[in-house]
Design a protein around this ligand. Structure first.
Ligand SMILES: [Zn+2]
Length: 251
């Protein structure tokens, strides 16, 4: 409540609904992120909600789920939603929408001081059932996992065939020609220099990420908020360089 009063103002956070005065800057500022124009890693001015800490990425996802994905908003609690590395603002909204069907997971649940219901799961070896998840959200994880094909095959195994949707945003280097990988054996300094963060083991180009997903057997569709509805995308202050990949198992 104190935070809400401190940051109170005339603007609105579309994700948590708080009335806020301004947003906070985001991003890490490592040279490689600026040099290679890494969407999802670059510094962004006035991007983060001071209450729920959601940024452009979460606004993009919430805009899509709210306005485009009517199955999710109408079926609500009947769906099974698995949210990995749960972002706070998005987690609150998804929990409200899906109720009992929603579960938050992380490799290290103790990291979440403000969420006491995060269950342990490792994306490289899930204990969830085959063909059981309607919506799987796992943002900014695939640049961390050591065995990417294994993690993607696990997601495909648990996602409902045909109707399930996976949202797995990653940092995308717009100005990188060749996908960078192999960070598993590197130290933190080298990883920062090559990938932009000390615990990232790869850096995707737009094409290399789509290739990894299709190689794993997924179909990939791109949602561009500005092409879809420029007025809404502008109002929600979506990052014009970030698109949302809609990942499905077509089998
Ligand atoms: Zn918020």
């Amino acid at each position: 409540m104190g935070r809400k009063l401190l940051h109170f103002g005339p603007r609105n956070c579309e994700v948590c609904g708080s009335s806020i005065r301004t947003r906070l800057d985001s991003g890490y500022g490592f040279p490689v992120l600026e040099e290679l124009q890494v969407v999802g890693g670059l510094k962004r001015r006035k991007d983060l909600c001071p209450i729920c800490h959601s940024g452009s990425r979460e606004r993009l996802i919430w805009l899509y789920l709210n306005s485009k994905h009517s199955a999710f908003t109408t079926l609500g609690a009947a769906l099974t939603v698995a949210h990995f590395a749960p972002e706070k603002g998005l987690s609150i909204q998804l929990k409200n929408l899906f109720g009992q069907g929603y579960t938050a997971y992380d490799l290290a649940p103790h990291r979440y001081r403000h969420m006491n219901d995060v269950e342990p799961q490792n994306l490289e070896g899930l204990t969830l059932s085959d063909n059981s998840v309607d919506l799987l959200v796992a943002n900014h994880i695939m640049e961390h996992v050591y065995d990417l094909p294994k993690a993607l095959s696990e997601v495909r195994r648990v996602l409902k065939q045909g109707t399930g949707l996976a949202i797995m945003q990653v940092p995308i280097a717009l100005k990188l020609d060749e996908h960078r990988d192999g960070g598993q054996a590197m130290d933190g300094t080298r990883r920062i220099a090559l990938f932009g963060q000390d615990d990232h083991v790869r850096l995707f180009t737009q094409q290399s990420y789509v290739d990894a997903l299709t190689t794993a057997g997924f179909s990939v569709e791109t949602f561009d908020a500005f092409q879809d509805n420029a007025e809404a995308a502008t109002r929600w202050e979506i990052d014009p360089f970030e698109t949302l990949l809609l990942i499905r198992d077509p089998a």
